[in-house]
Design a protein around this ligand. Sequence first.
Ligand SMILES: [Zn+2]
Length: 109
Amino acid sequence: MINRQCNAMVYSATEYQKQQCLRKGVILEDGKYWCKQHAPSIKAARDAKLLAKRRAEHKARQEVSRYERHAKEFHDALVEIAISPIGGLDSLSMRKTARDALDKMEEGE
Ligand SMILES: [Zn+2]
């Protein structure tokens, strides 16, 4: 087998300029040989996976901050329901108290 070198240009740990990847080119794509890390299709898939992960993390952080912003309203609504005397707050009022707190969060995003 001919010893082909990966076509990618990469930064090495010691050089400031890019140099050709020293790995063996084992995948033929776009008429050039690439190592398993730098094949364009594999790189694109890796980038897409990373982007999806970043988006999911961003969404999770937004969700957390959304709950944090409304924590006091939720707390106050729960307290209002919890301290109501038996037979005091009817279920419709409790429902309204809970609904109002949830609506405020949904409006405020
Ligand atoms: Zn390579």
